[in-house]
Structures are given as C-alpha cells and as structure tokens.
Design a protein around this ligand. Structure first.
Ligand code: F6P
Length: 492
C-alpha cells in the first residue's frame, strides 16, 4: 500500500526541481463569513476530497476560483493563503471571477452544457454562444495565473476536470516547456453524444494540448479516442493509446481515483464519532431501527428521486419493515442557479412529503429523514458508522467517492453497500450489491437483501471491498499519474 510519505518520496525523486501546480475550478478550502467570524469550509466535491491529501504530500501551488465570500480577507498580496490553515503544507492561489464570468463559464458552459453532455441522464444540454465565449475567456484567465505562477521555473501542471478543457493549449502556446496532465473527473460519452456540442472540435483540440489525459475507466478512454477519431484530423494509435494532433502527442490512460483510506480508517475510530452517533440518534429518536444512508451533492446525476421511489416500493411490498428502518438522506445544495437543479430540489421535496405521509405513523417514526445542508465531517463519519447500509444510486457517475469513503470508514468490516452499476466505482467494488437505479422493483429488492444479509456474508463482502480501496488509494492514483507522465516526458 502506498502512503502519503511514499508519494512524497516519489515526487522528490521524479519531479526534482519541478514546481508542482494543480489547477481546478473548485477550491479545496473555502473561507466564508458566519456572522462576523470567518470560517473555513471543505466543499462537497470528490475532486477536492481526493486531491487535498495529494497536495499535502507533494507541496506546491493549487490554483482555483476563490468562491467564498470571505476568501479575499485571508489572502496575501499574491492572492495566496497557506493550506490547510492550521498546518499549511501548500499554497492556495485564488483566481477572482466576476458574477458574469461565473454565470457564463461555471453555471453556463460547464454545468448547463458539458455536464449534461457527458452524463447520460436524459437532461438536455444547453449550448449558448455567449457562455462558450465566457468559458474561453475564463480559461485564459486561469492560463495567465498559471504562467505568472510558473515564471521561468520548470513546472508540472496538473489540470482538473471539464471546466478547464482549453487550458493546456492556452498555456503551451505561451510556454511550451510546461508539462501538463489533465484528469477528466466525469464520464466521457460516445462520439454520437459528444458531437452535438457545437464547439466539440475546439474542446477536443484544447484537451489535446496535454501531454497526458486521464479518465477513471478504460471505457471512457475508448470513448474519447473514438470521439477524436471521428471529429478531427489526428493520428490515433490504439495500441499505445496515444493521439497525435498538430505534431503533438497526448497519451490517454485510465486511473481510477480514490480516497485516503488510512486517514478515513483512523478518523472513523475516534471516540468523538461514537458520541456524535449518540447525539444524532437522540435528536432523531432512533432506537432499534436499522439505518440506511445516502450522502450526496444534490445533483440530478445522483439518482436521489430514484432512491426515494425504491424506498417507497420496498415499504409497499414489505410493510413489516415500517417503523423498523429509517433512511437518512444528507444532500448538499449545489448549482441552484441552474434550472435543472431547481426542478430536482422541488421533485425531491415533493417525493419526500408523499412517501413520509404515505408510510409514516402518527408517532415519531417517518421513513426518510432529509438533511438538506452541508454537514460537518464528524457528522458524516457518524452517519457512515451507524449505517446498516449505504446507497449510491447514480444514474451515471465518473467514479463516486462516497462509495469508497463508506468502505474505508467501516473498520468493523460491517455494513452493506448498494451501488449503481453506472458508476466507475462499480468496476472495482464488485462485492457491493450492484443495482440498476432505473429498475425500481429490483432496487427495492436490493434494500431488502441488504437488511437481511447474513452477518458472515456482510463481513466477507466488506473485507474484500476494503482490500481494494486500501490497495488502490489516492496516493497510488497520484503516483501512477506522475510515473506515467515522467515516462513520456523523460523517456524513463
Ligand atoms: O467531480 C466532478 C465535479 O464537477 C468537480 O469538478 C466538482 O468540484 C464537484 O463535482 C462538485 O461540483 P461543484 O464544484 O460544481 O460544486
């Protein structure tokens, strides 16, 4: 198993003399006002959950959009702040965007066009020329920040996700010596789906500015290669998984992202977690009921309504379970300015009311407890530990780290994971109860199977899943990417 120290040693050895720069839209720590006080929050983002430990091991600079209302209060004259605040190990350099830029680049092209384009969940993408223009301009702003940060040093720039598809090309046009890798955290669809984007060629050419391009699974690499092959003049080498465009070679590889297994494992055993479980049970009046959990950003790709419908069907078919099971759904509000997200929030509230009314009793019990808020890490850890089962029912998901966090936290080797087949995680966590979230009856049966699974089988399955996540942790993910990049750049 590769540790944080192991990654640190690898970085020192392989990237000696190189500045390590991560670039993403979302920042790993957000400073926000709480009354007159400034608090530091960790956002609900798998990307930042995964990369923060990597940056803590590697050091360097993380460049991201400063989105917190108190972000400007804590930075120095270069817009930087040491992170994590209590024990700084790297610099966070904040990029400021105007409301109009945020609207066109983040809400518009990133989340109304690319997000639904890449997730096949039947939400129609919206393509607006003005959003595309703003997206290009904001990518330029990030490029300028990277170039300023690097100066004439040797640098390895690691770009994250679909918000910054044009960045590597923009950087290399002005400083071809910078090495860039990009990781695409969401699925890559097939060519037919992708080519409806009016600017699909520009997006592809932008991504082919990278030396290395990473996806979670092999299937997304193949989809990307097929899309490139059918869209632009390139040389696609399917043996070596390389694309050559305009004389420049890009290696395409899959690297399944993960979590800091050891850290979650240790943290979840702390006494505070037990106290928090007690507090939550008292607050919700939970006594002997079995507990299911769902922990998500409120996003239409996560299949939250489908999950509620399955709970409804389960209680319809097996009414004996009323008052014996409670499902806690925690949801962090997200991208609320986008119409599809507003609609989803309304749908969830309506379903919740209907299901709780239909199955609830006059007493204290109701089947679903819904927490529509950003919960502290301690509460999330308590929820994972008190759960008899955890549901991840994404309709389409690049990886899904909620599933891996659940597995990492179960040091007691207990608890059942119900996992959608349409997540990248389902390729590795084959000992979960795999479901099709669209098939409500089958999903309802999986809930029953989770509740009735014999203890020995629960342990066996959880043990196997823990081995997978322990071995393939976030440090291995980062080390594999760095080793691959070094191979291509320095011919090692
Ligand atoms: O994991 C995909 C992703 O889009 C990340 O890039 C992002 O940080 C996360 O989901 C959460 O979304 P957002 O940053 O829009 O809140």
């Amino acid at each position: 198993m590769l540790t944080r120290e192991g990654l640190n040693d690898l970085v020192k050895e392989k990237l000696l003399g190189y500045l390590f720069v991560v670039v993403s839209n979302r920042e790993p720590y957000i400073h926000a006002f709480s009354g007159r006080k400034i608090v530091c929050q960790v956002p609900a983002s798998g990307l930042t959950v995964a990369l923060d430990p990597v940056m803590q091991a590697c050091g360097g600079t993380w460049i991201a959009h400063g989105s917190g209302d108190a972000d400007r209060e804590v930075v120095d004259k270069d817009n930087k702040v040491g992170i994590p605040p209590e024990d700084p190990r790297y610099s966070l350099k904040r990029v400021w965007l105007s409301k109009e830029e945020e609207e066109g680049y983040y809400l518009g092209f990133s989340n109304e066009a690319l997000w639904p384009l890449c997730h096949i969940v039947y939400t129609r993408p919206v393509f607006e020329e003005c959003d595309w223009n703003t997206y290009r301009k904001v990518n330029e702003t990030f490029a300028q920040n990277v170039l300023d940060e690097v100066g004439d040093r040797k640098a390895f720039v690691f770009i994250q996700d679909y918000h910054l598809a044009l960045l590597s090309r923009q950087i290399k046009e002005r400083n071809p010596n910078i090495i860039t890798a990009q990781f695409w955290h969401i699925p890559w669809p097939n060519p037919e789906a992708f080519r409806i984007c009016p600017w699909h060629e520009e997006v592809l050419k932008g991504l082919l500015g990278n030396d290395l391009l990473g996806f979670h699974i092999h299937y997304h690499c193949n989809n990307f290669m097929d899309t490139v092959d059918r869209s632009i003049e390139t040389r696609v080498d399917r043996e070596k998984y390389e694309v050559t465009y305009g004389g420049k070679k890009t290696a395409v590889r899959h690297f399944p992202i993960s979590v800091d297994f050891e850290d979650i494992y240790q943290e979840s055993q702390k006494a505070e977690v037990v106290a928090e479980i007690e507090r939550l049970k008292n607050q919700w009046g939970i006594e002997d009921e079995m507990v299911g959990i769902g922990l998500d950003r409120i996003d239409y790709t996560k299949g939250i309504p489908d999950r509620f419908r399955a709970i409804d069907r389960f209680l319809e078919k097996y009414p004996d379970y009323r008052r014996r099971v409670v499902f806690v759904q925690a949801g962090v509000p997200s991208r609320m300015q986008v119409a599809a997200y507003k609609k989803l929030n309304e749908e969830i509230e309506t379903l919740l009311e209907e299901i709780n009314w239909k199955h609830g009793s006059m007493g204290r019990w109701k089947p679903i407890i819904y927490l529509r808020e950003h919960l502290p890490t301690l509460t999330l850890m308590a929820l994972r530990r008190m759960a008899n089962f955890c549901v991840v029912s994404s309709l389409h998901d690049g990886m899904n780290l909620v599933a891996k966090e659940f597995v990492a936290s179960r040091f007691d080797e207990d608890g059942v994971l119900i996992l959608s087949r349409f997540t990248g995680a389902s390729r590795e966590l084959t000992d979960a109860l795999l479901i099709n979230p669209y098939a409500t009856d089958h999903f309802a049966e999986a809930i029953k199977n989770a509740l009735e699974m014999p203890e020995a089988e629960r342990h066996k399955r959880m043990r196997k899943m823990r081995e997978v996540v322990r071995e393939n942790n976030i440090y291995k993910w980062a080390a594999d990417i760095i080793s691959e990049l070094v191979k291509f750049e320095f011919g090692e």
